[in-house]
Unconditional design. Sequence first.
Length: 332
Amino acid sequence: MNILVTGGVGYIGSHTCISLLESGHSVIIADNLYNSKRETVEKIKYLTNDNVDFYEIDVTDTQAVDDIFKNNIIDGVIHFAGFKAVGESVKLPLNYYYNNVVSTMVLADACLKYNVNRFVFSSSATVYGNNTVPFSETMDPLPTTNPYGETKSMSERILTDIARANPAFSVSLLRYFNPVGAHESGLIGESPNGIPNNLMPYVTQVAKRKLEKLRIFGNDYPTVDGTGVRDYIHIMDLAEGHVVALNNLTEGVHIYNLGTGKGTSVLELVKAFEVANDITIPYEIVDRRPGDIASCYADVSKAKQELGWIAKRDLIAMCKDAWRFEIKINKN
Ligand code: NAD
Ligand code: UD1
């Protein structure tokens, strides 16, 4: 199939482009490079020995999106493009609602106009709010604590309503848990700007001695060792999940958790990183981070039963691959 990948130069999108190309699909990327670098497009081509069409456009731009649909035969869309920083979304809610929700509407509109009936959307486990773990697709989404989370709930709702009104329109809402790691080559991975917000990039920068020590946000949660528990998933497993979801897409709306089903505490992740890479990670315990929940991990039985997909790579592989990318690419 010929797949339009919005945000295909970003962290999850770039790895998914590799999986798509390796599975025999063709890829058209639309990305405005707001949070990514053009050189990643060349790396995708290099790693797959394949071609990629790249459009540097903003996917909230109706005319620019229409031009892509008019000039290409498109069989499906995977919509990654969006802003994702939770803290920033609290300060700049309008930017987040505009970019994340309007982009979804513009793309869905173009799909209806050009009869493109496959739509895969990047959602997040954040839509489960503070439900009881493990989070299952049958649970009602709860209000999230921030505008970013609301943009995901709203986009899910918009796509669901569109699919109800247009029975041929097939939608897969993929709720990601915590993607970490990098492509095994170490050539592409996650490069956050400034000081990282998320745990794994912070740990790799401490390992690199760019940052002095990890600050662990609270050790008084009701978890195995008091630190926050999350479901870390290797980025290539997540990428492959998209290909499987796309290949199996049927009419209607389908929601899938993409996680491992296994919860890992902050201290367990730090230990795994130390063992995997033989590096000590200095840390201190500080106050809880506002908005954090104690535990977040997936019930993964639906994706396994309906798609035959499970995450294959373990925590040690995630830590090794994250570190390989950090030393290979982020040289400063
Ligand atoms: P990313 O920032 O690395 O990638 C997003 C890409 O979209 C970037 O290349 C950026 O330049 C592009 N982009 C943003 N707005 C755009 C616009 N209006 N037009 C064109 N391009 C635009 O983020 P990521 O981690 O790869 O996340 C991809 C998607 O998955 C996002 O929608 C994010 O909310 C969602 N998600 C991410 C995580 C995570 O932990 N990374 C978890 C759950 C959901
Ligand atoms: C965060 C976002 C979530 C988003 C996800 C992936 C918040 C509140 N939530 O989730 O919406 O989908 O990223 O982008 O920001 N931790 C530390 N020290 C650090 C960093 C993190 O102890 O320096 C802890 C956190 O308290 C948490 C765990 O590590 O228990 C994972 O944190 P993080 O990587 O930021 O992901 P989430 O909080 O799950």
